[in-house]
Every structure is written in structure tokens, then in C-alpha cells.
Design a protein around this ligand. Structure first.
Ligand code: HEC
Length: 126
């Protein structure tokens, strides 16, 4: 009987500890994943603007937000630690591929380069 109670107690403690660890891990990733998902959203919005050749204030806002988020990739992933040099280089390359302004004629090609810069980092770090 005592053994059964101890066993049940052990299971319960194990389950609680596991839930805590899982939740801590999820929280740790929430910031970088949130940042990545919003960048994905902005890139998707820009792609549909490019397809529709819609170069309005909305497209400019998406580009500006993407630029702002791309500027914060390293601290989102590494916190206060210095980023891996190759990682920082991929982030820098993404920032240099972002077009300065929304130019409808150049936008489709520019977005291809942006997408390639996202993928280059993901191949190594995601
Ligand atoms: C310098 C590296 C780097 C660059 C550049 C980069 N990413 Fe990421 N991305 C990551 C890492 C690392 C993860 C994994 C994050 C995690 O799971 O904690 C990730 C994950 C993601 C995810 C999945 C998020 C989730 O919910 O799991 C999406 C979507 C994403 N990135 C979109 C993008 C887009 C769009 C771009 C370009 C505009 C981009 N990323 C550029 C490093 C990068």
C-alpha cells in the first residue's frame, strides 16, 4: 500500500515537473518565434501586394515593420549573449536585401531575394 502511494506520488511529481519544463521551453521560444511569425506575415502581405502591383501605404508599412523586426533578430534569438558570427552575418544579409522603398516594378524580384535570405539562415539554424 505504502509503495503504491509512493509510486502514485512519484508519477504526479514527475508529471508536474515535466509540465513546468515544457512550459519554460515554450516561453523561452515565444519571443523569437513570435518575431519570425510576424516577419512571415509581413513578407506574405508584401508578396500579395507585389502580385497585385499594389504599392500603397499598406505595402510601405509592411516593409517598414519587416525592417524593424529584422533589426532585432539577434537579441530575440540570443538574448544578451553575442550571436554566433555566421548567424549575425545571415541576419545582416537579410537586412541588406530589404529594398529601401516599395517600388512596384522591382518588388517581385526584391522579395525573391528576401525569401532566399530567410531560407539561407533557416537551413543552418532553424
Ligand atoms: C539570422 C537567422 C534567421 C533569419 C535571417 C530568418 N530567420 Fe526565421 N527562424 C530563425 C530561427 C533560429 C528560427 C527557429 C526559432 C525557434 O523555434 O525558436 C526561425 C523560425 C522561423 C519561423 C517558424 C516560427 C515558429 O513558430 O516556429 C518562421 C515562420 C520564420 N522563421 C520566418 C522567417 C522569415 C519570413 C524570415 C525572413 C524575412 C526569416 N525567418 C529570417 C532564424 C532566422
Amino acid at each position: 500500500m505504502r509503495l503504491a502511494i509512493l509510486f502514485a506520488l512519484g508519477l504526479a511529481i514527475g508529471a508536474i515537473a515535466t509540465a513546468n519544463i515544457v512550459s519554460a521551453l515554450r516561453q523561452r521560444d515565444a519571443y523569437p518565434r513570435g518575431l519570425m511569425n510576424v516577419m512571415q506575415h509581413d513578407l506574405g502581405a508584401l508578396r500579395s501586394d507585389a502580385r497585385a502591383q499594389r504599392c500603397n501605404a499598406g505595402a510601405t508599412a509592411s516593409l517598414e515593420q519587416l525592417r524593424g523586426l529584422a533589426g532585432g533578430i539577434e537579441p530575440a534569438v540570443y538574448g544578451d549573449d553575442p550571436a554566433d558570427p555566421p548567424f549575425a552575418e545571415y541576419a545582416r544579409r537579410l537586412r541588406t536585401t530589404l529594398p529601401a522603398t516599395v517600388d512596384c516594378k522591382a518588388l517581385p524580384k526584391a522579395l525573391e531575394k528576401v525569401g532566399a535570405a530567410c531560407d539561407a539562415c533557416h537551413r543552418e539554424y532553424r
